[in-house]
Design a protein around this ligand. Structure first.
Ligand SMILES: *Cc1c(COP(=O)(O)O)cnc(C)c1O
Length: 366
């Protein structure tokens, strides 16, 4: 039996290879470690992922969302439409600028915001819509885009899980007013920590550059109040190495997903919308007896995880008088939170390991 037929299969496997280490060491030896030429080159190179849009690198995906909302002038008194079925960072960014999230339900297939629910949530205080391309599946931007246009709203795409995803051939991060990516280690590519903001608008890009660096373009000539959300040149050098691998890794994720789609019979495999290119940040199935399935997988050392067990509107900071706000009626969100299970799909998996994952899911049900 090949060695791979045994042993643990991790849920994620961030790459820190020799090339990443050499890139980091090269920058460290140069003595120039803060935001500089590596960041500029990373931005230039990443713009190819987002149809040539302006790119502004920052120190995390959360910072990207936070600065994007700031640059759009969103703040107290404004509402931003956001899914509750997401990582808390999406809604946290809204709160960090003093605005209020308005939670909407999801489509059961894509796990992304449901466009009719978005339309119904638009009100006089709505300033922006923040679709999340969850698990690497693009949100229904073909319907959300026209809605935003009709109501004069900005779109902030949370593309933290969607490097290289697209809908109708248009890349995630190139569909909204602003796009936000994360380079956290478990994402489809990383820079240890980091983020990227993308926009077609040169003025917005300039504002973002000011906001990430104390409001300065020229040193000590501060134009506005800004933060320090700069990416280091060490991180950018690692991100540049990872970016050269992104296409190949994405193809591997997609072919791993196709393998699992074909082999898994005992769970609902992830549907893909017409015209959507799913990049499988997560490969997420639905199961009924989730705890039993998890126990079965854990016994066989097969990595698995629930993203996300608690919808954001049920998390402490978003409660009203200790309970979820009765305004939020989100049945598909609740159902997804109870049923989803993410399985290993990362590019380092062998076919043997993928077969073990599928067999275990099927075996758990029998
Ligand atoms: C990872 C993630 C973020 C935040 O990115 P960080 O780099 O961890 O700050 C935001 N939104 C979603 C959907 C994410 O998965």
């Amino acid at each position: 039996m090949p060695v791979e037929s045994e042993g643990p299969i991790p849920a994620a496997s961030p790459v820190i290879g020799e090339a990443e280490i050499e890139a980091a060491v090269r920058v460290l030896r140069s003595g120039r470690v803060v935001q500089g030429p590596e960041v500029a080159a990373f931005e230039e190179e990443f713009s190819e992922v987002v149809a040539g849009r302006h790119c502004v690198a920052v120190n995390s995906g959360t910072s990207a969302l936070h600065l994007a909302l700031m640059a759009l002038g969103i703040g107290p008194g404004d509402e931003v439409i956001v899914p509750s079925f997401t990582f808390a960072a999406s809604a946290n960014a809204v709160r960090l600028v003093g605005a209020e999230p308005v939670f909407v339900d999801i489509e059961p297939g894509s796990f992304c915001v449901e466009p009719d629910a978005v339309a119904a949530a638009i009100g006089p205080k709505t300033a922006a819509i923040m679709p999340v391309h969850l698990y690497g599946h693009p949100a229904a931007m073909d319907r959300i885009g026209p809605l935003a246009e009709q109501h004069g709203l900005a779109i902030v795409e949370d593309a933290a899980q969607a490097h290289g995803a697209s809908l109708g051939g248009v890349a995630a991060g190139a569909m909204g007013t602003v796009g936000c990516f994360s380079f956290y280690p478990t994402k489809n590519m990383h820079a240890l920590e980091g983020g990227m903001i993308t926009t077609a608008d040169a003025e917005t890009a300039r504002t973002l550059r000011l906001l990430r660096n104390q409001g300065m373009e020229q040193r000590y000539a501060n134009e506005i109040v800004g933060a320090n959300m700069r990416l280091t040149d060490v991180a950018a050098a690692i991100g540049r190495v990872q970016l050269t691998q992104l296409d190949g890794w994405t193809e591997q994720r997609r072919s791993n997903a196709a393998f699992l789609d074909a082999k898994i019979t005992a769970a609902v495999t992830p549907p893909v919308a017409d015209d959507a290119r799913h990049v499988y940040h997560q490969y997420t199935v639905r199961v009924q007896e989730r705890e039993a399935v998890q126990e079965y997988l854990n016994e066989r050392q097969i990595g698995n995880a629930v993203y996300y067990p608690t919808p954001v509107h049920r998390l402490l900071p978003y409660l009203k008088d200790g309970s979820p706000d009765p305004r939020w009626d989100l049945p598909e969100t609740e159902r997804a939170a109870a049923e989803v299970l993410s399985l290993p799909v990362h590019p380092s998996l062998s076919e043997d390991q993928l077969a073990r994952v599928a067999d275990a899911v099927n075996g758990a049900a029998s």
